[in-house]
Ligand binder design. Sequence first.
Ligand code: SAH
Length: 477
Amino acid sequence: MNLKKGDVIELEISKYAFEGKGIGKIKLDENDESAYVVFVDKTYPGDKVKASYSRIKKSYAEARLEEILEKSVDRTEPKCTHFGVCGGCKQQDLKYEVQAEYKELQVKEIFEKMGGLKDFEFLPIVKANNVFFYRNKLEFSFSDKRWLTVEEINQSSEIDDKNFALGFHIPRMFDRILDIDKCWLQSEESNKILNFTRNFFKSRNTSIYSTKDHKGFLRHLVIKHSHHTNDLMVNIVTSEYNEDLMKEYSDEMIKEIPEITTIVNNINTKKAQVAYGDYEEVLYGSGFINDKIGKYKFRISPNSFFQTNTLQAEKLYNTALEFADFKEDEIVYDLYSGAGTIAIYVSEKVKSIYAFEHIPEAVADAKENMKLNNVSNISFFEADLNKSFQQKLIEDKIPHADTIIADPPRSGMNPKTIQDILFVNPKKVVYVSCNPTTQVRDIKLLVENGYRLIKIQPVDMFPHTFHIENVALLVKE
Ligand code: SAH
């Protein structure tokens, strides 16, 4: 084998390797029966491409896409002008139907090949009806290092606004921000707010917080636009409070964009670049918005977690509900309960629910949300699930659950939590996950300890991205 890095080859992509990589196979010599595998970034099955080797291994190589010679029929024209540079929508150039098909296939491979699980029912992915403008929340960052386009770099004259950007991070470049003028994932009003905010502060030469010397004022812009009520929140995150400037900003913005229902200013004095503050000033309106999932209302404050795709969240919760197939007298635990949305959504189907979540504000919101919906059969606990909750169950005399619903973050469940579930010994476990890889790892542990995987169903919450949500039902043997 005498392949060299940089060598250019022509090949046809025949398989999808997920997360934007396609696979082509080549014969290294005429007599060789086995084909050599080449992974090419940013390609799809059906493409004919020219690519250059970037990494060569014994059994496979990686190659960089140089040119598409013939486009796959699965491709489509991306709508967004930032496509290819922005880290947000990585597969807007693939037809939505095919995106969904590949996500489904990926979950199947993770469960069957990686997890070695079999004899379970695999239900088809629940697709999204709205594939654009589906997000109810977007978080933009300010940066004094704007990402420049190739054209800008090549131009001879000096660029005078390269030190002001409001937009999204460039993948793997944590301090570079791509200036965004229109994002296709959130409403038109949201884009108006984004552009108004940039122009307002840029024209006043307001300073931007720098992660280097930790000086400067502007940090983030978070926009929340409720799907069902049209409530619209602007949350500007700064390093200190400047009353006069903020008054001017909010007065002018309301005049320009009267659809806004509330404006808040989160003040983050800490070094960590996070979009929530140590304290908050409400500049206009109530300081929160309301949205609905199914018939339930939820109050969303600037810093509380709420599923970002409202319409798909309803389908996700319905899948969980169907899988759980509750009986009226059941005791249920909701692990990683956030603002209490799942617990409230299933509350009328069961006797009582005990919900566990470690962020105090989320627990407070959950209690508010319970009142808002006239629900009374849920007890919300502030608890770090990475530490065992067995003691708490014993101390508070909490009855053991018939069903446990768990919806952990991307890292999945802590082995201690699995031990806790085994201690509680529920008949059913409904596992909602935003990362099938950690989900399958956890499910294997449950399967080794007497549970059987009955069925799984992916739900597409984030079209154009690689993110996959998946619901699984396990039953005690
Ligand atoms: N079920 C909710 C939230 C799911 S997101 C919904 O559908 O909206 C995952 C939640 O897990 C977040 O609210 C996060 O704060 C919480 N979480 C993360 N790590 C945790 C831990 N160690 N203990 C308890 N909760 C945790």
